[in-house]
Ligand binder design. Structure first.
Ligand code: NAD
Length: 469
């Protein structure tokens, strides 16, 4: 592969850790920095702090070879040619991104710069952050010839983060100088020239030597906006299909058929047309708000984004209404909650619709037994410690004696449940599916009353006669 670049990645979260091991995987020498000492210790000892496919394998492959972990930011910056900032940019009170973590890191970098560095924004940031980073560095006395600031937004998705990084749809580099653009080009060259994909241990995926990753160089402002606009657009697609699902439901149409019919149009495409509980996680909610804020600051009316958010929020409330209208009262009811993470294949519970629904159930006086394949430890810290909140070791145990089973996260294993076994465990055969993982007809055949999103409910024989009596 091409010449290795010495890289420092600041932040060892979902993005920083994945970027670190992937840069090592494509041949670079990486130092990953975090100020969370416990996390760094875990990583040093070979532990894996987050649930992410292929991460344990790549960490084991590169631990103490291509990638090392430290809390010493200054030392790491000194030894690196490119410094990637991958700390959190949470939502602030006004909706704007809170950039205090980025600023703190930039001040520390400034004190450590002794030779030319490329400072790379990997965190999702509003337009002009690039310019602010430059100003902060200069205020700290770093000469303009000693650095360039580049925007290199990250598009990975939790759950498939490693594959997304190594087989990206595109790599965006927002650089205002050729020198810094060249450093980024050489970092990503194993992916863009395809040399990584012919390595014997390369993870196979959609890119290959004949069809390598594409790299797009833009201005820094454009790159910053590409990230915000991409996430806002994906969120809009989800809210759009959820709004269509409401119409479908009221006229007894089927949103799954509608989404399939729409998605076959190559101009629309099938992805992100899944009706359900709406989006969550650490990115879409805050990025929609931050992009709306950016537009407002620039005097641009982008209230469409407000609607996107509003639809998303009411989607959870509508689901809770469905549970109510199916079970009548919630006080004293026993609810099985399948799923805690904001989507399947991740342990991330930040802004998870599943957590919001469970809180509503508890507040309404129901007791909840939850199961999630990966997010239970994290959820225990977030959900109230209550005699009404329980955790099970699998989906069937969660369903034992339940008045209703709620499907809240689209984990693959929840789409493949043994429905006979589930039916044996529950008190009443009622499934309310916030992720449309089953066909209503199938659920009816297994004797369930099945309520989902944007589709007619199907009623178990007894329920039907009670309804029509
Ligand atoms: P995270 O919260 O998982 O990780 C951030 C890490 O930064 C933490 O480990 C924290 O301890 C560390 N940190 C904070 N301040 C620090 C400091 N001063 N010095 C050293 N380390 C410090 O966040 P994340 O999910 O990895 O997201 C990081 C950024 O990437 C955000 O801007 C996010 O919007 C963006 N992003 C996230 C995803 C995703 O799917 N999670 C995808 C694309 C982009």
């Amino acid at each position: 592969m091409s010449k290795p670049v010495s890289i420092c990645v600041i932040g060892s979260g979902y993005v920083g850790l994945v970027a670190s091991v992937c840069f090592a995987e494509i041949g670079h020498q990486v130092i990953c920095v975090d100020n969370d000492e416990a996390k760094v210790e875990t990583l040093r000892l070979g532990g894996v702090p987050i649930f992410e496919r292929h991460l344990p394998e790549l960490l084991a492959r590169h631990h103490n070879r291509g990638v090392e972990f430290t809390t010493d930011l200054a030392g790491a910056v000194e030894r690196s040619e490119a410094v990637f900032i991958a700390v959190g940019t949470p939502q602030g009170d006004t909706g704007a991104a809170d950039l205090s973590y980025v600023e703190a890191v930039v001040s520390e970098i400034a004190r450590a710069i002794k030779s030319y560095k490329v400072i790379v924004e990997k965190s999702t940031v509003p337009v002009y952050t690039n310019e602010w980073i430059r100003r902060v560095l200069e205020r700290h006395g770093v000469g303009p010839a000693s650095f360039d600031v580049v925007s290199n937004p990250e598009f990975l998705r939790e759950g498939s983060a490693i594959m997304d990084f190594l087989h990206p749809d595109r790599i965006v580099v927002g650089a205002n100088s050729e020198r810094s653009a060249d450093v980024l080009r050489s970092i990503y060259e194993p992916l863009t020239a395809g040399s990584y994909y012919v390595q014997p241990e390369a993870l196979a995926g959609p890119c290959n030597a004949l069809n390598p990753a594409r790299l797009l160089v833009t201005s820094a402002q454009s790159a910053e906006i590409i990230k915000h606009a991409s996430n806002a657009f994906l969120a809009l697609k989800i809210s759009f299909i959820n709004a269509v699902a409401r119409v479908a439901e009221s006229v007894d149409a089927d949103i799954e058929d509608i989404a399939a019919g729409m998605g076959l149009d190559s101009r629309i495409g099938p992805k992100f047309l899944r009706a359900g509980l709406g989006y969550g996680g650490s990115c879409f909610p805050k990025d929609v708000a931050a992009f709306h804020w950016v537009a407002q600051q620039e005097g641009v009316n982008f209230d469409l984004l407000h609607e996107v958010k509003k639809i998303n929020e009411t989607q959870k409330a509508l689901f809770v209404d469905k549970v109510r209208s199916t079970l009548w009262t919630l006080r004293g009811k026993r609810i099985a909650a399948l799923g805690l993470s904001f989507k399947g294949e991740t342990d991330d519970i930040r802004d998870s619709p599943a957590i919001a629904v469970i809180r509503d159930m508890l507040e309404a006086g129901a007791s909840v037994t939850a199961y999630d394949p990966a997010a239970m430890d994290r959820a225990r810290y977030l959900l109230p410690l209550s005699s009404k909140m329980h955790y099970a070791t699998n989906a069937y145990e969660a369903a034992r004696g339940a008045d209703a089973v709620l499907i809240l996260t689209d984990w693959k294993e929840f789409a493949e449940l043994d429905l006979d076994r589930l039916s044996d465990e529950v008190r009443f055969p009622i499934v309310i599916d916030g992720r449309n993982l089953y066909k209503p007809k199938t659920m009816l055949e297994y004797g369930f009353t099945y309520v989902s999103v944007g589709r007619p409910a199907s009623y178990h024989e007894q329920e039907r006669s009670a309804l029509t009596a």
